[in-house]
Design a protein around this ligand. Structure first.
Ligand SMILES: [Zn+2]
Length: 71
């Protein structure tokens, strides 16, 4: 059972996105650094609006939100 707990702990991503998770522009493949805007679609999904500085292409990504138990 200890092994299963270790796998779960490492598989759970932190709420903060990792650098390798940054999206790339589908037009010019430039790496997006910061989202233009964000909006919650529900309690568990947040969407980010990205605009490419290089070509101006805009797109939206959706991410699951980790529920933080710190009330
Ligand atoms: Zn681009």
């Amino acid at each position: 059972m200890t092994a299963i707990a270790e796998i779960l702990s490492t598989a759970m991503p932190r709420s903060a996105p990792r650098g390798s998770d940054l999206p790339t522009c589908p037009v010019c493949a430039d790496t997006m650094v910061a989202a233009e805007a964000s909006a919650y679609l529900s309690n568990s999904v947040v969407s980010y609006l990205w605009t490419c500085d290089t070509c101006g292409y805009g797109f939206v990504t959706k991410h699951p939100v980790q529920q933080i138990m710190c009330s």
